[in-house]
Design a protein around this ligand. Structure first.
Ligand SMILES: [Zn+2]
Length: 345
């Protein structure tokens, strides 16, 4: 089959388009004929080795997000049929560790990530445990479907589970132009929340408003964005801040929280070291929480809204699989809105 793989970690030139053997499903696994794969920052880390991400045996096929149709079933597979249109959850849980048996599989001690530890989605075929395979509605194109799993799963986990976002609350979402940011805007709107956003350009703010954001602040021209956030919330601040940017926006994010507010992070795309004002943390009853992994239950939860058409993938650019280098370069340049998708031949 055709695939994009690396033989060692490094810059975009390490991405090689060529032929590799077809995967063969083991018992409990299904083979999926992929039609689209979407890029995430994790792909860039897996390719480059940044943030100490180490990948599986070489040649290694990158890619965590994917959509296609079930092509073949291994022994003992239940609940999926050949020909079914599906997306694949890229995180494989062990099912038997103490976290898994306690229903906290988001923290599974032995999780294996497709695209990182084993072969991923930049390929015509992939094999996956049947528990990781989820049907998609007929109205959802493959390219849009591929753009959804990782970012919506992450945003749901952060906003609903970790931050406990409640209907009617006000949420500030940083980097609204990012995949996880635009997913967060839609989830918060589906929960009837008031959504404020920050982004690096006015064009990205305009797109976020189309997805349901009420107002946005350009943090390039207005780096001290907690002031307008306070102004827009009657001086209170927001209930929840959802961030994936990290250090450069930490101080202003923290200052945007109302008393009792919750800050949740799922990424540090622009820096990971920050100062925490412990006095304000305790006296204002604030919560600062991380993301960690995501649970199978949360995947089912957000997919219910996908089947109703309440959440839609935001595809920014589509490249043919063989142009994965150009797609990675665009990902690193950050000059796009929504998800970068690879169309698989
Ligand atoms: Zn486990």
């Amino acid at each position: 089959m055709k695939a994009v793989f690396i033989r060692e970690q490094g810059d975009v030139d390490r991405l090689t388009y060529g032929d590799v053997p077809d995967p063969v499903p083991s018992p409990g696994e299904a083979l999926v004929r992929l039609h689209a794969a979407a890029l995430n920052h994790l792909d860039v880390y897996a390719r480059s080795g940044a943030n100490r991400v180490r990948v599986g045996p070489y040649p290694h096929i990158l890619g965590c997000d994917m959509a296609g149709e079930v092509a073949q079933l291994g022994q003992g597979v239940e609940g999926v049929k050949v020909g079914q249109r599906v997306v694949v959850d890229y995180v494989i849980k062990c099912g038997v560790c103490d976290y898994c048996v306690l229903g906290r599989d988001d923290l599974c001690r032995r999780m294996v990530n497709m695209g990182v530890h084993v072969a991923g989605s930049y390929a015509q075929y992939v094999k996956a445990p049947f528990q990781n395979i989820h049907p998609i509605p007929d109205f959802l194109p493959y390219e849009e479907a591929a753009s959804m799993p990782l970012v919506f799963h992450t945003a749901w986990h952060c906003l609903v589970t970790r931050a406990g976002l409640q209907p009617g609350e006000t949420v500030l979402i940083n980097a609204a132009g990012s995949g996880v940011g635009s997913a967060g805007v839609q989830i918060a709107r589906a929960l009837h929340c008031r959504v404020l956003v920050t982004a690096g350009s006015d064009a990205k703010i305009a797109r976020a408003k189309e997805l349901g954001a009420e107002a946005g602040i350009n943090y390039t021209t207005t780096p001290a964005f907690s002031k307008p956030v306070q102004d827009m919330t009657g001086g209170d601040g927001v209930d929840v801040v959802f961030d994936s940017v990290g250090a450069p926006v930490w101080e202003e994010s923290f200052s945007s929280l109302k008393v009792g507010g919750r800050f949740v992070t799922c990424g540090v795309t622009a820096g990971h070291m920050a100062n925490l004002h412990l006095g304000r943390l305790f006296s204002r009853g604030l919560t600062v929480t991380g993301s960690g992994g995501r649970s199978r239950r949360e995947f089912n939860d957000f997919m219910r809204l996908v089947h109703r058409g309440a959440l839609r993938g935001v595809v920014g650019r589509v490249f043919p699989l063989e142009e994965a280098r150009a797609a990675h370069k665009l990902m690193e340049d950050r000059d796009f809105f929504g998800k970068i998708v690879l169309r698989i031949p």
